[in-house]
Design a protein around this ligand. Structure first.
Ligand code: NI
Ligand code: MN
Length: 230
């Protein structure tokens, strides 16, 4: 079984294995890094870390068009159901939920979680990270978060891959992401949530050098549109 991970820029990824596909935080429309259009994406499952618009992104359109099941924390999943998404699985931290081809366990993440509309903010519960077991691998999507010590517990999930934000300003930056790598001990690290907008411009190659000189982890800075198979 092979897992293919594709990066769409910002925090948007897809996972594919055995003809089954998962989208994570599919922010495509309005994402200046995206090399695809939302209308060309399909998925069996969409997993969301939190309600911010740069993570929910095109979820409603893709889910309505494809029938994808959306798995999210409770308030966000419930709100998406109210927006007409037919298949939602609202869950919460510590819970493990099965989806087609895999499972997801929600972890804590230190951040906020609201969806901005023309009428104001929709409060949509708490943000999360995701431990995704799919394609024979365990991939941790930290979501938007600062560094936190409980990443030591997440390391006990035996991660193959950790996707970590490095943009700073809204999430941890490269220095704290390096400390996260030291705690998580995943052999492969994929940086995310950087270079999308001016406040989060970062040098992923410098992050790669710093991580690979200080730890045994390898960093794969995927370009938007690029995939890696493992
Ligand atoms: Ni956010
Ligand atoms: Mn974000």
């Amino acid at each position: 079984m092979a897992l293919t991970i594709t990066y769409f820029g910002h925090a948007a990824f897809s996972l594919e294995a055995d003809g089954t596909s998962v989208l994570i935080d599919p922010f495509i429309t309005g994402n200046p890094l995206a090399t695809v259009e939302a209308k060309d994406l399909s998925a069996d499952t969409i997993l969301l870390t939190h309600a911010h618009n740069d993570h929910v992104g095109d979820t409603i359109e893709i889910a309505k068009r494809t029938g994808a099941t959306v798995v999210a924390t409770f308030e966000l999943g419930t709100w998406l159901g109210q927006q007409g998404v037919a298949n939602t699985v609202p869950a919460n931290h510590g819970g493990t939920v099965a989806f087609k081809g895999g499972t997801v366990k929600f972890t804590p993440a230190w951040h906020t979680s609201s969806f901005q509309t023309d009428e104001g903010f929709v409060a949509a519960g708490l943000p999360a990270g995701l431990v995704v077991r799919f394609g024979g691998k365990t991939t941790y999507f930290a979501g938007d978060t600062c560094l936190f010590l409980d990443m030591r517990l997440i390391a006990e999930e035996d991660l193959d891959v950790a996707v970590l934000p490095i943009g700073d300003h809204f999430t941890m930056g490269p220095k704290d992401a390096l400390r996260a790598v030291e705690m998580l001990r995943a052999p492969m690290i994929i940086p995310s949530h950087y270079n999308t907008f001016p406040p989060i411009e970062q040098d992923a190659q410098a992050f790669q050098r710093d991580v690979e000189s200080a730890t045994a982890s390898k960093v794969i800075p995927l370009a938007p549109g690029e995939s890696t198979a493992l």
